[in-house]
Design a protein around this ligand. Structure first.
Ligand code: ADP
Length: 184
């Protein structure tokens, strides 16, 4: 009888793989509304993590165009078929939410150097508040590197054609909110 194959050092036996913790990333933001830059980051997360939890921030001070429920519904409409993606809302400290969902990585998108200063401060503050949490940054496709929810809404409200920058489900919702405005 031939000897049992040797496992390389550090390898897990096949059965143990199912016991390893699921790799869950939290992607927080206002998402008012979601756009293709956000979706690009979510797809990138899914190539690295097993599951992505989109955490929609409740912050009425920002005077959002879409309610929290509408923003969650839009994500369900766009990504509902993907069991690796969940959507929840949260208020208060993100690091407390990270404890509640038992996740380590916060993923943030970095568009341009202009995002860096704010994101750097936020990441270090979050680390100070909860050293268990890590912040990771991902860069979107170049074509989305200037895109923000604010600019998409502004362009739409002035009659601009923003198809290609937001998914059709979001475009339809914008038409409902601002009838006779968008260019497409
Ligand atoms: P905020 O969290 O500042 O309200 P958003 O909700 O628009 O902003 O963004 C949520 C996350 O998505 C943040 O990490 C932000 O940097 C990232 N993001 C926003 N727009 C883009 C984009 N065009 N490409 C990649 N990431 C983006």
């Amino acid at each position: 009888m031939s000897p049992a194959p040797q496992m390389p050092a550090g390898a897990l036996p096949v059965g143990a793989v199912t016991l390893s913790p699921r790799r869950l990333a939290v992607y927080p933001g206002s998402f008012d509304p979601p756009h293709n830059g956000h979706l690009d980051i979510i797809q990138r997360c899914l190539s690295v993590f097993d599951e992505v939890l989109i955490a929609v921030l409740v912050n009425e001070e920002k005077k959002p165009l879409f309610t929290i429920e509408e923003r969650q519904e839009m994500f369900h409409e766009i990504l509902g078929g993907d069991s690796r993606v969940r959507v929840e809302s949260f208020s208060g400290l993100l690091v407390d939410f990270m404890d509640r969902v038992d996740a380590v990585p916060i993923v943030r998108g970095l568009r341009a150097l202009s995002d860096f200063d704010y994101e750097f401060q936020m990441a270090l503050m979050n680390r100070r508040l909860n050293p268990r949490v890590e912040t990771l940054f991902m860069m979107p496709k170049e074509e989305y590197s200037y895109l923000s929810s604010r600019l998409a809404k502004e362009a739409f409200s002035l009659g601009g054609n923003i198809s290609g920058l937001v998914p059709p489900q979001v475009l339809a919702r914008l038409h409902e909110k601002m009838p006779n405005r968008g260019g497409a």
